[in-house]
Ligand binder design. Structure first.
Ligand SMILES: [Zn+2]
Length: 452
């Protein structure tokens, strides 16, 4: 057993059920769990190691609920900068067709490093394209090496252009191969126990890239193993028109017809959703991964997050793919989520506390977990810390530390602890060599885009 004391924090934001903010206390970690929060004099004698947290704000690590790590290789590609989703995808599919195992492993390490340094301690990723020798095992290896809590969602595309889908036939897989590999990945990696560092979800890509059969079979498979289900839904008007034309239903009704609702399902985006659809999502406890940067970047629209929260729909936050964002900063995303709910005229559209809530507790809920996203005894020791004497917090944190983290320029963490292990200390990532990783990443990205 190992114990670690984070001593004398200026402020601990617990994100517990009482929304407690605690000033001047310490936090004791035993192995991979939070053991206690209290005065240092009561806890100090029990710790093998102490970290001085004075001058710091501590809070639960943020939970990223939707992402495509491989897209870090194609950020800011000129032809895909100023186009909407379908054109953006058609441009990039041709580049992604050149992915290989080394590219998948390399970009996973780079983007997970960016996520950890920004504030994320649990990341869900969706790899849905499997050309050449690509497997999901390569990104799982990267996640384990870097030390992040990870939900690998086995994505898939089966409906190519010849079947009326959007992707070229060259990048889709057969449905038999998809289901076989998904089963393999669940059996090899999924850990259902509390405190799991690795979970698997089943994630066919979108209505316009998989068939109804694959959606149904994926739901059946996920429920047989008790794992979560995830897909893109109601992202753009184009998608809505595609669904109406091909299956005669709006996206949510289409999902319902395929048994794709429930507390084991979460959808990325949920931008174009009607009030009655919000009621149906709330009633079934179906979750949403809100991706504000991506929705703005691709001109997709504004997700009705205020209405989701008022209607008790589970909402998490997500950076989405690195090529439709083009960054992986969860706190930056929380800030944009807050601002985007205000832009149409409601200055209280989303508060800073609500933005942090969906980035922590909301994310935990949509991933089907109650062991992360809050700092309380018995919960996972996933903790991030910010020094409050930063330039960006000057004149802000003295009034309201919680609001300052969201209102002021989003900062990188000074401290990150994941599953009880110190991963970032004094702003330095301890688990990988960052400069050599970035250098290799840039070489892979140049080769990938140059050869398409
Ligand atoms: Zn996505």
């Amino acid at each position: 057993m190992t114990t670690l004391l984070l001593k004398d924090a200026d402020l601990i934001i617990t994100m517990d059920n009482c929304h407690r903010r605690i000033e001047g206390d310490s936090l004791l970690i035993r192995d991979n769990l939070v053991q206690a929060i209290g005065p240092a004099r009561d806890l100090a004698g029990q710790a093998d190691r102490e970290i001085d947290a004075s001058g710091m704000l501590l809070m639960p690590g943020l939970v990223n609920t939707h992402h495509h790590l491989y897209q870090t290789l194609t950020r800011a590609v000129p032809e895909a900068q100023d186009v909407e989703l379908f054109t953006w995808l058609k441009t990039l599919y041709l580049i992604w067709a050149n992915l290989d195992a080394d590219a998948v492993y390399t970009r996973a390490k780079t983007d997970l490093a960016e996520l950890i340094l920004s504030d994320c301690t649990t990341a869900a990723d969706r790899l849905y394209i499997y050309p050449n020798d690509v497997t999901i095992d390569d990104e799982i290896r990267a996640a384990r090496e870097i030390g992040i809590r990870f939900t690998a969602t086995r994505g898939s595309m089966s409906r190519g252009e010849s079947q009326g889908g959007l992707p070229p036939d060259s990048v889709v897989e057969s449905e038999a191969a998809i289901l076989k590999d998904t089963r393999r990945v669940i059996e090899a990696y999924h850990d259902p126990s509390p405190g799991a560092m690795l979970q698997i979800a089943v994630a066919p890509c979108s209505p316009f890239s998989v068939t109804e059969d694959l959606m149904r079979e994926s739901a059946r498979l996920a429920r047989a193993y008790g794992v979560q289900l995830h897909t893109h839904l109601a992202e753009t008007k184009d998608e809505e028109a595609y669904c109406l034309e091909t299956v005669g239903r709006r996206p949510v009704a289409y999902a319902e017809s395929l048994d794709w609702v429930g507390d084991d399902v979460w959808f990325a985006h949920g931008v174009h959703i009607s009030p009655s659809e919000i009621d149906r999502l709330a009633r079934t406890r179906t979750g949403i991964a809100h991706c504000p940067s991506s929705n703005m970047r691709l001109a997709s629209g504004i997700a009705p997050v205020r209405a989701y929260l008022d209607g008790a729909v589970p909402v998490g936050l997500a950076v989405d793919g690195s090529a439709s964002n083009d960054s992986s900063h969860m706190l930056g995303e929380a800030r944009l989520a807050m601002l985007l709910q205000r832009v149409s005229g409601n200055p209280a559209g989303l508060s800073a506390e609500e933005a942090l809530w969906i980035a922590t507790r909301g994310g935990a809920e949509v991933l089907g977990r109650d062991d992360i996203g809050q700092l309380a005894p018995g919960k996972a020791a996933d903790i991030i810390g910010y020094r409050l004497d930063k330039l960006s917090y000057a004149g802000g944190a003295v009034h309201d530390g919680v609001a300052a983290t969201v209102f002021c320029t989003p900062q990188d963490v000074d401290l990150s602890i994941i599953n009880g292990a110190v991963i970032v200390e004094d702003g330095h990532l301890l688990t990988i060599d960052l400069p050599s990783t970035i250098e290799h990443h840039n070489a892979v990205a140049t080769r990938l885009v140059g050869t398409h």
